[in-house]
Design a protein around this ligand. Structure first.
Ligand SMILES: Cc1ncc(COP(=O)(O)O)c(C=O)c1O
Length: 471
């Protein structure tokens, strides 16, 4: 039986004026845990009891508990109570990453099945049009397109990307700041090689994108998972865990995998932290072209006059996955080091494909395709919502996401996401337990469902199939 701490033993510090009750409780409990006054494995009093003892509302205790649970200081067991976690977030922030580690195999080249989360709607890609643009480009190709390419990317494509990002994403940059890469993973890899020294602390969203985890681990960074709340990553929490972090990885437009959008106030707080600490912000804007409601949210990069942000995006989700063309926008001081690094690694991205893409954009096909796909995806999301409402109401809950190609389906009634993922997979339905993206979090119980790649009929059938597995 774990030790239960009697309420009377819980002496909390005085609340300063202006500090809300939940924040005070959170901070005091966290302090007691870190100082060892509340030992690992200790069971805390029930929220009602603690509220009574401290003379506060139960709601304040619940809010503080929820935050401590999300950040990994507490863990809870249904029917057994709330405990101080066996390992604390600070342990992770102190432990160096092992030198070698097998990366997570993220992608699967097998035929796409509902609800694989990482593929766009390939069945709606205008292949004939792409073929026409590509063959015209190939027939007219000058010799310069066949020789050594620019490590920063084909100059007209960089111009087109700068123009597109300025207009549609609020990114403020010149074409010189754009680097054409194979995709976001390569952007992350280049940045990590350039900016991260072994042992450097880097904040990462928890749950977060496993591709980033792999790249940062390969760079021997010290990963500092920061639990996201309803507004994404909170720099105040990151600061408590690792005040001298060298960088933070963020998906502010559409948090991966949970889907919330970071509000302006939080964005400004992250920028302010970066300004004060000299850290870099790695902004992964992986799918925000597809926004179905709400106002378009400009990139964090556009709010950053100090050059802390490295902005990363990709054409692979907007067009087709095997294209392998993406971009990053970097502050001036990184342009030359990145050119040199890229040149020493894989030299440059294939120039003919870049030129074809550039023509596709210049002739207006790109923005027409985007508009068309936005409508298709909005419809597919709606079909998924309706089908889940019809077949899985009470078992699964979909959050009100506003963008993207996938949605987390929160499991109700304590269903186990990993077990369910396996059962669904055996029944021909492909999902990913969101738990797979958690670094420390233990409180997430959801399945990631991709809707973008599937016709409405396949979506409905997939949900019916899913419902049988919930049985
Ligand atoms: C959050 C996030 N970032 C980056 C990527 C990788 O993009 P790319 O295919 O351009 O490397 C993905 C791919 O699924 C993603 O989900």
């Amino acid at each position: 039986m774990p030790k239960i701490v009697p309420s009377s033993e819980l002496t909390l510090g005085v609340r300063a004026t202006g500090v809300s009750l939940p924040s005070w409780l959170y901070e005091e409990l966290r302090r007691a845990i870190l100082a060892g006054r509340l030992r690992r494995g200790t069971r805390l009093p029930a929220s009602r009891e603690l509220a009574k003892q401290q003379g506060v509302s139960r709601g304040s205790v619940v809010t503080a508990f929820e935050q401590l649970l999300a950040e990994g200081y507490l863990s809870s067991k249904v029917g057994a109570g709330t405990f101080v976690s066996g390992s604390l977030p600070e342990d992770m922030a102190r432990t160096p990453e092992p030198a070698t580690r097998r990366p997570t195999l993220l992608r699967d080249a097998s035929p796409i099945r509902p609800f694989r989360p990482y593929e766009p709607g390939l069945n709606a890609f205008p292949m004939e049009l792409w073929a026409r643009v590509a063959s015209r480009r190939l027939r007219k190709a000058s010799l310069s397109l066949l020789g050594s390419g620019d490590p920063s990317g084909y100059a007209p494509l960089r111009e087109a990307a700068a123009d597109y990002l300025g207009r549609s994403r609020g990114v403020i940059c010149s074409a010189d700041q754009v680097v054409i890469v194979a995709g976001t993973n390569q952007s992350l890899d280049l940045v990590a090689r350039l900016l991260i020294q072994p042992g450097d602390p880097v904040w990462i969203e928890d749950p977060g994108y496993v591709g980033t985890v792999d790249v940062l681990r390969a760079a021997k960074a010290r990963l500092v998972p920061v639990a996201v709340d309803a507004h994404g990553l909170d720099p105040a929490v990151g600061h408590r865990l690792a005040p001298r972090a060298k960088a933070v990885y963020l998906t502010p437009a559409h948090q991966f995998p949970l889907g919330m959008t970071m509000p302006l106030e939080r964005r400004l707080a992250v920028l302010e932290w970066a300004r004060r600490s000299g850290a870099h912000i790695l902004e992964d804007d992986y799918d925000s072209e597809f926004r179905y409601s709400g106002r378009p949210v400009p990139a964090l990069q556009g709010l950053d006059p100090q050059g802390s942000v490295i902005y990363m995006g990709s054409f692979n989700k907007v067009l087709f996955t095997s294209l392998r063309l993406g971009y990053m926008v970097v502050p001036d001081r990184l342009i030359d080091p990145l050119r040199a690094l890229r040149s020493s690694l894989d030299r440059f991205s294939p120039t003919l494909e870049q030129a074809t893409l550039c023509d596709f954009i210049a002739e207006g096909h790109f923005s027409r395709h985007l508009g068309r796909m936005r409508e298709i995806y909005a419809e597919r999301l709606l079909v998924l919502r309706e089908a889940i409402g019809k077949h899985l109401a009470g078992a699964v809950e979909l959050p009100p996401i506003e963008a993207g190609l996938h949605i987390p389906a929160h499991l109700l009634n304590g269903a186990n996401s990993l077990a369910l993922e396996q059962r669904l997979n055996e029944a021909g339905v492909e999902t990913m337990a969101v738990e797979r993206f958690a670094l420390r979090r233990k409180d997430i119980n959801a399945l990631l469902l991709g809707f973008a790649a599937f016709e409405p009929r396949a979506i409905r059938k997939g949900v019916e199939q899913m419902a049988k597995c919930f049985g």
